[in-house]
Every structure is written in structure tokens, then in C-alpha cells.
Design a protein around this ligand. Structure first.
Ligand code: ZN
Length: 498
């Protein structure tokens, strides 16, 4: 390859390395840092974010981008050039001072959020959020957009996505969900979810989390699992150092169990990205929607399937004899799949989950058009919960303060969660076609056929394709809500006997 390309990639790798340092600081803040460290941590985060940004937008990056002669047909070079150019153009529009101010402000806002959430006091969080929202609005204006400011931010997480298009997808998804919820509501079968709120000792849950993640294929030589307030997965050094986090509640088994399966799904994607392209776009995930398709697939399409529990049930029952001793496999399978409107997104069932996303999407969009003010978020939140799910949270802790995203200045991210559910169902339908005995293998605790399929069809491509292209390449069709609706209809009709 040309000298200019090699030089450019060294630069890109340094930016990737700096971003890993930033992630390490964030991981530490969320897992280990004493709360007294917040101010100093904000300064460290701002410094690293500023360095990465300056390196990216430097004149030298622009010059090298212009100097590289691309050879047509080399998709590695094409991908790296396309994505580097995109990142450069996006970042060049945003002043470094603004990037640093956001990193600094969000590090402090995260702490304010954790405190406000603990005390269920939105008033304490609101001034911080207002500041951060204002900064992100400035970012959107700098980047520019065709229709609405929100698009400029969403593009960071799901390149090419537009709010108007997403609104369309969500509106169809909402109608299909409401129709299915009505059908299930007419059933006399009511799975008993309370089984999961019995007493589950934390020490046993920790053993279970580790065992489950290992059984899916998470490699602990290249990863860790730790405890945090808001579970996440992050990479510190590409596929060889992946950190997942979870949280344990002794009166709720699903939180850590399915949270761990979910984060393991993210981790398996990261561990499967091509290591030879470490720190360059070819070695990175496609989009957050695609990332989420991996976590939701393992959590739900595998982890909440009957074959999966056929295999794990006896072992789990033996681990929690007091809580599960009198429970049958069918009762447990019903409990983990009970459909019921609830307050907390991350604990929602597969069907109502998307409603939580639609709510956040609508609120975020209104914040960016100016139709909604930060102080009015709690009221808007509760109104929408009533409208979409028919329930009203008893307090803000279980309402608008539950998610960490806004405190990190992350707006436009939530839609990727519902997109992830849709991608997951579409990919999984294809995997089932390609692996006829997929469920028999899952029932035999053999997850390699699915993992190998994901590695070959999705992970190994890095960022070669955009999300919409990847879906077509893998499944032969553009993204559609149909596979998800078909999957949910078949599964929940059987459970509810309708
Ligand atoms: Zn996720």
C-alpha cells in the first residue's frame, strides 16, 4: 500500500488507541472509582477526548486523506478510507473546545444523575441535563442536517438513519405490537412472573452469570465481568480485552441473568471482530443497531427460548433450590417470557420493550425541536408511559431517571435498541434457515453453530458494510419488521395459548 495510506492508518490507530483510553477511564468510573474522584476524572476524560479529536481533525489528516491513491477492489482500503473520511468530515465541523466541554460536562453530569436517581429527584439532575443538551444542540448545528437536528446526532450511532424514516418503522411496529398485546390480553393463561422475584442469593447469581456467559462462548482470557449501576459492555483493546458489567438484585433473577446474556452478546461481537484490523474501521462494529442485534439475539432469541432452558433448567433449579424447588420448566419458561407492561426498560419483556424505545425516541426528538423543555420531561414521560403501556411510574427513579444515556450526553442512541431487535429477528430467521438443527444444538448446550454463523456472516466483516447493506448481504432483503412480528406472534401465541 502507498506510504500515505500507511501513515494515515498509523494516525487512525492512534485515535483508536486514545478512544480505548477514554473507554478505560469511563469503565473505571462506572465500576471502581470513588465518587470523590469525579472532578479529576472529568479533567482526564476531557484531556483524552480533546487529544483524540485534535489528532483526527488535524491538517495532516486532511492532507493524507487527499494523498492516498485508492486501488479499486481492495475492500479493506476502501472501508478504512470511507470511514476515516466520514469521521474526519464530521469531527472537523465540531470545535475541539466544544468536544472537551462535552467530555468534562458529561463526566460531572453522570455523577449528578447517579445521585438524582438514587434520591429520585429529577430537579437535581435537570440543570446539568439542560447544559449538556444545549452543548449537543450546538454539535448538531455544527454538523448540519437536512430535516432536523436530531438526525445529525443519530447519524453518529446509526450512520445514515433519519428520524422520519425511523418514525415510520416505529409506527408500524407499534401497531403490530398493540394488536398482538390485545390478543395476548384475551388469553386466560397468565404466566406467573412472581417466581422470578423470590430470593436468589447473590453469590449463586454470580456463579450463574459467569457460567452462562462462558457457555455462550465468552472468552475470559480476553474479558472480565464486573458490577455496575447501569450494565454495559466496552472494549479496552479490541477483541483481546472486553469488559462486561452486570448488576445483581437478590429479589429479581432476570436482572443479572438476562443482563449478562445481553452483554455477553455484545462481547461476542467484539471478540469476533477481525483482530488484524485492530484500531481501524475494518476492525470495528458496523453501527449500534447491529451491535444491539447481537446482544438481543443471545439474550432473547436464544436465552429466552425453550430449547435453551431445556438444557439449563435442571442446573439452575439446583442452584436455587429454595426459590425454584417447586417450579416446573414450563412455569419458568412462562415466567421469563411473561408479557406485562412495566416501568423499567432493561427489564421489559420482548414485546413491550420496543414501546419503551418509542417513548424515548419521541421525547428526544421533541427536546431537539424545542417542543419539550427539560423541566417538563417527567410529566411528558409519565403521559407517554400511560399512552403506550397503560402504566404510570410511581417516581422518577423508575421513570425518566432510569437510564444513564442522557447524563452521558448520548442523544439519538435509543432508536438503535429497537432497530437491534428488528435486525436480530431478521438475522436469526436466516441463521435458522442455514442451520437446520440450530435449536437441537442449542438444546444440547452447543452454541458454536450460531456463533460460527455470526462470525462468518457478520463479525468478520468489521465495518465493511453499512447496516442497511449488511442486512441485505446477509438475508437478501432490506430491513423489515416482519421477521420480528412473525417471531413474536409465533412464540407468544404458543405461550399464551391464543
Ligand atoms: Zn445492549
Amino acid at each position: 500500500m502507498t506510504d500515505a495510506y500507511t501513515k494515515l492508518m498509523e494516525r487512525v490507530k492512534d485515535i483508536g488507541r486514545l478512544s480505548c483510553v477514554e473507554q478505560l477511564l469511563d469503565w473505571d468510573q462506572q465500576v471502581y472509582m470513588p465518587s470523590g474522584g469525579a472532578n479529576a476524572r472529568a479533567e482526564l476524560s476531557a484531556l483524552i477526548a480533546g487529544m483524540a479529536h485534535e489528532k483526527l481533525v488535524a491538517d495532516e489528516t486532511g492532507t493524507l486523506l487527499g494523498d492516498v491513491q485508492t486501488v479499486e477492489g481492495d475492500f479493506v482500503v476502501e472501508t478504512n478510507m470511507r470511514e476515516t473520511r466520514r469521521a474526519f468530515e464530521r469531527a472537523s465541523k465540531v470545535p475541539t473546545e466544544l468536544v472537551k466541554e462535552i467530555a468534562y460536562t458529561s463526566a460531572l453530569t453522570k455523577e449528578a444523575w447517579a445521585k438524582a436517581r438514587e434520591e429520585s429527584d429529577f430537579g437535581k439532575f435537570a440543570p446539568h441535563l439542560e447544559k449538556l443538551l444545549d452543548l449537543k444542540k450546538q454539535v448538531a448545528e455544527h454538523i448540519g442536517y437536512e430535516t432536523e437536528a436530531y438526525d445529525a446526532l443519530m447519524d453518529e450511532f446509526e450512520p445514515g438513519a433519519e428520524a422520519a424514516e425511523i418514525e415510520n418503522v416505529f409506527s408500524n411496529l407499534r401497531s403490530a405490537t398493540v394488536a398482538l398485546l390485545e390478543r395476548l390480553g384475551s388469553s386466560t393463561t397468565k404466566p406467573d412472573r412472581s417466581i422470578l422475584t423470590r430470593h436468589f442469593p447473590r453469590a449463586q447469581q454470580e456463579v450463574l452469570s459467569r457460567r452462562m456467559s462462558e457457555s455462550l462462548g465468552f472468552d475470559y482470557k480476553s474479558g472480565r465481568i464486573d458490577v455496575t449501576v447501569h450494565p454495559f459492555c466496552t472494549t479496552i483493546g479490541g477483541p483481546s480485552d472486553i469488559r462486561i458489567t452486570t448488576r445483581y438484585m437478590e429479589n429479581f433473577l432476570s436482572g443479572a441473568l438476562f443482563g449478562t446474556l445481553h452483554e455477553t452478546g455484545h462481547a461476542l461481537y467484539e471478540q469476533g471482530l477481525p483482530a488484524e484490523h485492530l484500531f481501524t474501521p475494518m476492525g470495528q462494529y458496523v453501527s449500534l443497531g447491529i451491535h444491539e442485534s447481537q446482544s438481543r439475539m443471545w439474550e432473547n432469541l436464544v436465552g429466552r427460548s425453550r430449547p435453551f432452558w431445556q438444557c439449563h433448567w435442571e442446573q439452575v433449579k439446583a442452584m436455587f433450590p429454595e426459590a425454584l424447588g417447586d417450579v416446573s420448566l414450563d412455569e419458568f419458561y412462562g415466567a421469563i417470557n411473561a408479557v406485562r407492561p412495566s416501568f423499567i426498560r432493561v427489564e421489559a419483556d420482548e414485546l413491550t420493550y420496543n414501546m419503551h424505545i418509542i417513548l424515548r425516541f419521541e421525547i428526544e426528538r421533541a427536546l431537539f425541536t424545542g417542543e419539550l423543555a427539560v423541566v417538563d420531561i417527567p410529566a411528558a414521560w409519565n403521559d407517554k408511559m400511560q399512552e403506550l403501556l397503560g402504566v404510570t411510574p410511581p417516581n422518577d427513579r423508575e421513570g425518566c431517571l432510569q437510564d444513564i444515556h442522557w447524563s452521558m450526553g448520548i442523544f439519538g442512541y435509543f432508536p438503535t435498541y429497537a432497530l437491534g431487535n428488528l435486525y436480530a429477528a431478521q438475522f436469526f430467521a436466516k441463521a435458522k434457515e442455514d442451520i437446520p438443527d440450530l435449536f437441537e444444538r442449542i438444546a444440547g448446550n452447543d452454541h458454536t453453530p450460531l456463533l460460527d454463523w455470526l462470525r462468518a456472516n457478520i463479525h468478520q466483516h468489521g465495518r465493511r458494510y453499512r447496516a442497511n447493506e449488511l442486512v441485505e448481504v446477509v438475508t437478501g432483503k432490506p430491513l423489515s419488521i416482519a421477521p420480528f412480528v412473525d417471531y413474536a406472534t409465533e412464540k407468544f401465541s404458543a405461550i399464551y395459548g391464543v
